[in-house]
Design a protein around this ligand. Sequence first.
Ligand code: S3P
Length: 738
Amino acid sequence: MNDFASKTVAIVGLGLIGGSIARGLRTANPQQRLLAVDTDTDALNEAKTAGVIDAFTDLQSAITEADLVVLATPPLLIEELVPQLAEQESVDTVFTDVGSAKSHITRCVEAQSENFASRFVPGHPIAGSERSGFAASKGELFFGRNVILTPLASNRRDAIALVHNLWRALGADILAMSVQRHDKVLAATSHLPHALAFTLVDALLEQEQSDDIFRYAAGGFADFSRLASSDARMWSDVFVANADATEAMLEAYIGKLQAFQQLLRSKDKDAMKTVFVRAKRTRDNFIHKHFNSGLESSMETEQLSLKVSPGGKVEGEIRVPGDKSISHRSVIFASLADGTSQVTGFLEGEDALNTVAAFREMGVTIVGPENGAMTIHGVGMRGLQAPRSPLYMGNSGTAMRLLAGLLAAQSFDSELTGDESLSNRPMNRVAVPLREMNANLTTDEHGTPPLKISGSQLRGFHYDMPIASAQVKSCLLLAGMYAQGTTSITEPAPCRDHTERMLEGFGYHIQRDGACVSIEGGGSLKATDIDVPADISSAAFFMVAAAITPGAKLMLRHVGINPTRVGVINILRAMGANISIGNERSIGGEPVADIEVSYSPLKGISIPQDQIPLAIDEFPVLFVAAACAEGETVLRGAEELRVKESDRIQAMATGLQALGIDVETFEDGIRITGGQMSGGEVDSFTDHRIAMSFAVAGLRASSEIIIRDCANVATSFPGFVALAREVGFNISEQKGAQ
Ligand code: S3P
């Protein structure tokens, strides 16, 4: 019997949700002791006779007998019950609820004792139907559905874990949000639609000959009005519980209805079409993404191109999104820490969000991100749970390689997969040294993903890295935290050291001795807060943009200038760029500054090899700078660029040549002769940095550049196009099927 199956669960309220919880647990853990409390004796008897529950009881006995009490009553009743639950101070029972509004319950819980509040973990399964009562309940109701937890700051780790395990046993995907966001989101996506359905049916009822109207009502009415068949008691409670947020949504919606009324009055067909096209696209995308329905084939080929026209400017003051490398690491270390960490400035790009999803799947409660802020309830070094399905790392080599080291040391098995680009990237660079540590993992026959990992006890070792790779170094440091003895790694050239800095920030001792870093296994991490600086790799696009555009002057705020990342500044300065760095400060162990770049003519250079690891992600845009510089720029010793998200030497050479630039490639580099770029069409090869580099090129091209296949920009730089427009680029997105 697994640990959760040995816990007694009491369900208060045996309706649709409570009954479905009982049925689901009975199927998942047939031996688990399940109790129920309800005033409906018929439902209790039916559940007992069907073997869905072991016994029914009263509230006070449920609290003393159960390890976990689930409140599945209408929301206002939950609020009434809370003070009674809190009376029994001597027990260690954990509580959760399923209410679809959270502020009122949270307020009420927090008004009780600290001890009680530490054991009450609010939750809300986003599942249900217009049907109600125990008779409508079904064990698979939560399978593959989202459950939102809104943990309190005071929640105990074991209480959160127990509630997690409840929903895990029921097959749900577990998310977490702040209470305020939850109530706002639910007001928009559930409470408002229910209000509309109830009131629409009610409005039709008041029409003369309503019987006739209903007789002729076809599928549209049935679809739209389905929610009006929901339980009246439950829904009047929900609206009262979430009145403020729902009213705000309703207010906004009334505005939309009035605008539509105007369109009707003026019979403005085009304006209506614009609204409907936008709504249709939004809904189709949403259904595709979240329900994966039959729209798949048409959506898969949905394309995003960027169009950049000449004449753009680069001026003003901006802050680019958070650092990708630091964002990944903040999730990893905060998840493994003891205690709760707050992260701000987090990059809400697809890559880092996949890392968040992976840790959620492994049992970590992560609230957010909301505007870059997250609260991560760490589970401790040994607290991760086996993922129920392969962990999808999207486009991110960093996530896959770092997680490989961590997962190799766990007591469970796991599998890491990725998108097409990641599925072609080399993984032996981590698999081979990990095996030397006794790790048990396989790649496919080409040394590429998926990575299949069997957790094992690792041994410390020494590794001389053949390539300067922060991903490999970080992978081995993560493995080293769990290995017996010491793990030491020597790098052939300095590469980014965010892992080392973050380990120190979380109180894990490491030894740094020149090019060698060593770590002793068996330590622990103490939760800490992290402020993620703006990503210098994202800032680089705007630095080059300002450097190549006559008249440009741009201030980039709060940029991370870790010495292992500043190659782009060093190289641009060597080419003659005008860059000043001010307001230098240290934020959570990482140096940060404001960077001002203004136009000055650039000249070609031979790029010093020691700058390669320090500018490893910035070469695509540096090649654009080279195309705008006078004379030749030569890069050698950079074969690593061929195994990034695309073969970046080839991808840039192909694009620059299409724009009329003279380019010669080598296995390990490129020679670019500066000249006038023409317009034309280029391919991003689905690589975010290639796409953004050619967007920058558009500032100096003689005519329009179209960049194909740019959806991946969202992996590292959500909002790139908007920010580029803000500083003066003539850039737009073009959506459409291929
Ligand atoms: C990264 C390291 C670099 C870099 C990548 C992020 C990291 O890769 O290209 O975008 O966060 O550790 P390598 O370490 O493989 O050079």
